[in-house]
Design a protein around this ligand. Sequence first.
Ligand code: SAM
Length: 327
Amino acid sequence: MFDRFGRKIDYLRISVTDRCNLRCVYCIPSGGILRRPHSEILSFEEIHRIVNVAVRLGINKVRITGGEPLIRKDLHILIKSFKKINGLNEIALTTNGILLSDYTASLKNAGLDRLNISLDSLVSKRFEKITRGAGLNKVLDGIESAFSAGFKSIKINTVLIKDFNTDEILDFAALTRTRPLNVRFIEYMATASDDSPDDNLFFSCFRAKELCGKLGNLIPISEMPDGTARVYKIEGFMGTIGFISPISEPFCNTCNKLRLTSNGKLKNCLHPSKTIDLKEVLNRESADRDIAMLIREAVDLKPQSHSFASSAAKQEKENFSMCQIGG
Ligand code: SAM
């Protein structure tokens, strides 16, 4: 599928739940989010049906996210069902890693291809502060367990928060010295969370990259195309580091994504002008045809760019909580 601006849309992010076992200050409001009744949440069968249609239209990669996807029971069953869809080339998962070591084997056996683990601090006290929870060691165990289960491509996602974790940039980059890890630094995006660090805590990937240069020459990795990240290897290191700059260098002109929320809303941008309800058509006899029509509509309406800085986008922050969109 191509949109009005010639971008090929082939990637669908799927939030399987709004719920999370952490409360990251930049992601979830301290009061939590309104818990959706079970009946509003897409079942695995419904998600499978939507993905099946989406793949026929040209989607070839999906990412399972949340909330925290690993708190959704029997997630491996959904992954197994995706594996049967011809034309779906890649199934990835983004997790906070707290429950990961319990599930790495079943995820791998089900056919999960790639794992992204979110981790913003390697210091326990800070981890607790940013996540309003505990469990740094569980996340680190989860990473080891993922290696043991045979995952080849493990990414660590680290949101840069000025004066909070930016003194750990080199420690994160150093994780790639002897392990085939891909550490990716992400610029913080202001959201509706009432405890969000304010915009002054923004720290650019440009500065993070400059700092990483202290560890050695940064060699651009061109053979590892990664839609959003600029990826480098520090000379002599085993893994890679990447920089995702939605604020300082927006990558909208190469955006290939659609997002499906846990209650069946299709979003064509982090800040969409229109959200399309797929759940509504799922019970119709003509469901597949209607889903296809609505997916095409979302692609046709995909905006040229997101605009975190505009006043409209600022107003929209009130309705923008990352845990409901899936990152
Ligand atoms: N619970 C899972 C996790 O922690 O990875 C999946 C959902 S989480 C919303 C997905 C990603 O979005 C995480 O890597 C998280 O750090 C990122 N994220 C959430 N809020 C963000 C923000 N305000 N700015 C930048 N990244 C954010």
